[in-house]
Design a protein around this ligand. Structure first.
Ligand code: SF4
Length: 340
């Protein structure tokens, strides 16, 4: 592509020996001339850093918002969804590795300006747009431009992310974001280091920042992998941390792993593990906890934390009924956390 058509990146500075330091995520890659960062879509060309994933989605889909998963943000609505090539994490269990491990030239990308993306959402009448499939942190410039235009059209913008982002860059990228589902992949630095090539503390910091410093609606997802992050003790520790730092009303999703990428020798997560994890979360005091990637109507229904009545009944990604009225339980009037 012509240099003039490429998007200059934000969040970088010159480093030694003609290299560039990318400050977008805590990996802080030092990138030599003609090279790309770990995520594959930030490239040093003639001494400047370019965001080569800008305007290059791998395609679009219209998904139920429950697939992100978000259960307390416009439930039952559709969401225009896309990602790009590349990723800033190196998860050995990636469930979407054909995209995240692709370089931009290896994959059939389409060309779409920020205006094109918002027009597509308007055309398909989706009230929101999701930056998803790979980690949208790495195409932050594109996220900002789309979410800004989307906000002018009253379309919501959603990040589906691992939360591995620098503390300065996140202030820019989340400026027009309305909701986020953040992966909390485990409550163990060993797990993060060994299986994702990233660090737990950076993710915890992002979650605390989102909760305390922004208006972004957050939900958390933990993919439970047999033998790696599913011990009851660790799940309890994680739930206690969430309760203490984020509060009882941040929804938590435990989802089933299927053997993939470099972890094909593992078993699929048994339904019983997900159900047990949900029980631990509810006993710890988390108000809204769900199981995912399995059929389990009880584990996917939203209950009133006060009177226990069923409010939103779901199975898989389908919503069958929604009895929340003006953000409150139809029966006892308790306020239900979320955007309804
Ligand atoms: S965003 Fe990409 S290039 Fe920048 S530090 Fe992270 S992995 Fe490296």
């Amino acid at each position: 592509m012509e240099l003039a058509n490429l998007q200059l990146a934000k969040w970088w500075q010159p480093a030694d020996n003609g290299k560039l330091l990318c400050t977008l995520c805590p990996r802080y890659c030092t990138i030599g001339e003609g090279q790309k960062g770990f995520c594959y879509i930030r490239e040093n060309i003639d001494g400047k850093l370019y965001s080569i994933g800008y305007g290059k989605p791998t395609g679009f889909a219209i998904d139920p918002i429950e697939k992100k998963p978000l259960n307390h943000f416009l439930p039952g609505s559709n969401i225009l969804s896309f990602g790009t090539a590349g990723c800033n994490l190196g998860c050995k269990f990636c469930q979407n590795w054909t995209m995240s491990k692709s370089k931009i030239d290896d994959i059939n990308s389409v060309t779409a300006s920020p205006e094109d993306v918002v027009s597509l959402a308007l055309k398909h009448n989706t009230p929101s747009i999701a930056f998803t499939y790979n980690d949208p942190t790495i195409f932050g410039e594109y996220v900002i431009d789309i979410s800004k235009i989307a906000a002018e059209e009253n379309i919501k913008s959603i990040m589906v992310t691992a939360g591995y982002i620098d503390k300065e860059a996140r202030k820019d990228i989340y400026k027009f974001i309305d909701a986020a589902n953040v992966d909390l992949k485990a409550f163990s630095e060993t797990f993060y280091h060994k299986l994702t090539f990233s660090h737990l503390n950076d993710v915890l910091n992002t979650l605390i920042w989102l909760k305390n410093e922004t208006e972004v609606w957050i939900e958390i997802t933990t993919l439970l992998i047999p033998g790696e992050n599913d011990s009851p003790d660790k799940i309890k520790q994680m739930c206690e941390w969430i309760l203490e730092n984020l509060g009882e009303n941040v929804p938590l999703h435990f989802t089933a792993f299927h053997p993939d990428f470099k972890m094909r020798n593992y078993q699929r997560t048994p339904d019983s593990t997900l159900t047990a994890a949900r029980k631990i979360a509810m006993q710890t005091g988390i108000n809204y906890c769900y199981v995912g990637n399995i059929h389990n109507a009880e584990g996917q229904t939203t209950y009133c934390p006060k009177c226990g009545k069923s409010l939103i009944s779901r199975d898989w990604h389908s919503v069958y009924s929604n009895k929340i009225a003006n953000g409150k339980c139809f029966s006892c009037g308790e306020g239900i956390a979320g955007v309804f």
